[in-house]
Design a protein around this ligand. Structure first.
Ligand SMILES: C[S@@+](CC[C@H](N)C(=O)[O-])C[C@H]1O[C@@H](n2cnc3c(N)ncnc32)[C@H](O)[C@@H]1O
Length: 257
């Protein structure tokens, strides 16, 4: 198959990765697949719930980042396990994986105050299964709504991971070409490129293959910059962190390209 993008050791295919198994040659797999949870990127779903942090939010100001292709069916990791591997979201399909002590933890709140008992509906951490480690490691990087330690305003994909996180986990895998068969907006490939590593990404949706190719070409046009964005989540998180919650979301003017 002809690559969608190929430059300086980075290759992208726009295809169903299950059809590509015999056609790509890679040494390690690092990926963030559809978890099989039917993730809803529409933050409006929270606004009228009982949570004090969302009940007063104007839901016309909250973004809808859509859904993830393939996320309505259970994820089968078996085709990828023959190589050294890092699989994000693996707590959702751990029953399909061998026992491993080498889980990676991404603390998305960067150790801030526990919010679970305060009605915060989203995960405070994400987990990756690996077969390359014998112990648990933790990466702390704030990434919650618009409150981020980096890549502020770069909204490419509903379940986008930070480049810094992917650079960190690439540090655990052996040398060689990296395969991300569920590439999304290409974050794994951007991290690989920054580390001078060869990488192959596969993405079934052409809009994300296009975004990934642009990110790798450094022609960055985040698709969501055409949409109004708000600081509702960050306002609420800051209020909670300071213990001064006013329970009022503060909408700000969206960023437009
Ligand atoms: C969880 S997202 C990855 C997001 C990525 N971590 C990022 O930072 O942008 C999973 C991606 O896998 C893609 N996908 C789903 N099924 C696929 C398949 N069979 N082959 C290739 N890509 C697939 C989805 O379209 C989605 O973009």
């Amino acid at each position: 198959m002809t690559p969608y993008y190929e430059h300086a050791g980075i290759t992208i295919f726009c295809a169903d990765c299950r059809d590509m198994l015999l056609h790509v040659s890679a040494d390690v797999v690092v990926t963030d697949p559809p978890y099989g949870i039917d993730y809803d990127g529409n933050s409006r779903r929270f606004t009228r719930k009982a949570s004090p942090y969302w009940s007063n939010v104007d839901n016309s100001k909250v973004s809808d980042r859509g859904r993830v292709r393939g996320d309505t069916i259970a994820f089968d990791p078996s085709p990828w396990l023959s190589r050294p591997c890092v699989l994000w979201g693996a707590n959702h399909y751990a029953d399909q994986l061998p026992v491993s002590a080498g889980w990676l933890v991404w603390d998305k709140r960067r150790g801030a105050e526990d919010m679970a008992d305060k009605g915060w509906p989203l995960s405070e951490a994400e987990l990756a299964w690996t077969n390359v480690r014998g112990s648990v490691r933790v990466f702390r990087y704030l990434w919650s709504g618009l409150l981020r330690d980096g890549e502020k305003g770069d909204y490419f994909h509903p379940t986008q991971k930070p480049i810094a996180l992917m650079r960190w986990c690439l540090g655990f895998v052996p040398d060689g070409a990296i395969l991300d068969p569920f590439m999304g907006s290409g974050t794994t490939l951007v991290a690989a490129k920054q580390l001078g590593r060869k990488a192959i990404g596969i993405e079934i949706e052409e809009r994300y293959a296009e975004i990934a190719a642009r990110r790798l070409s450094q022609e960055v046009l985040p698709f969501e910059r055409e949409e109004q964005r708000t600081e509702i989540q960050s306002s609420l998180l800051e209020e909670v962190a300071q213990g001064t919650s006013s329970l009022q979301g503060k909408a700000v003017r969206g960023v437009r390209r």
